[in-house]
Structures are given as C-alpha cells and as structure tokens.
Design a protein around this ligand. Sequence first.
Ligand code: SF4
Length: 110
Amino acid sequence: MSHALTKIKAAGFVVELDGMDLAVSPFSKLTPPQVLFLKAHKAEIIQELKQEKASNDNHAPEHVLVEDDRHYCSECQHLNYLGRCKASPTRYSPADTHPRRCAIYLGIKK
Ligand code: SF4
C-alpha cells in the first residue's frame, strides 16, 4: 500500500474509487492540511486503489455450479399411475411437493 493511502487510512478515513475520482469519508472531518495532502497525492492514491481492485478481482472466488441430484417422484419410474411408490414395501404415496434424494430413484420417465 502506498505511503499516502496508508497515511490517510490510518487517520481513520475510508478512501474509495468513485469512477476516476476519489471518495473520502467522512469528508467533513478532513482538516485543510489533509485536503492538501490528498490533492498532492491524488494520482498516487488512485493508482494504488486501482491496483487493489484489480488484485481483489483476480482473487475473487469462482462460482461453482453444483448439480442438483434431487428428483421428484413424478420423474421416477417407480411411481405408478396411482401415485404410489412401487419400490416401497408399503406402496406409500409420496408427497411430491419438493425434490428429494432417494437411494432407489429410477431414472427419468420418457
Ligand atoms: S423410489 Fe424414491 S423417488 Fe422413486 S417414487 Fe419411490 S420414493 Fe419416489
């Protein structure tokens, strides 16, 4: 981190990029010498913030798509036309309001 950016952050200010400009908050708390300091080091601070942003973007976690392995009983060949599970000894009628993970799910009906 550049000396100028470190110094202004150490003084308790949040410094961010605002387009091609700087946004400093709380701006009203800046003293006149701090305003002059920021003006004098503006280009250096902007460059540093751009490098930080680029570095953060490069280290952002990639989104991982996880395949949903749940199924509706209505997609299973074990579900008969009466809505009962043929694979179940009791031939119960599974509620099919949500997908489930079933160890004996049998393929998608075609
Ligand atoms: S085997 Fe599992 S997924 Fe298939 S109908 Fe029965 S309960 Fe549903």
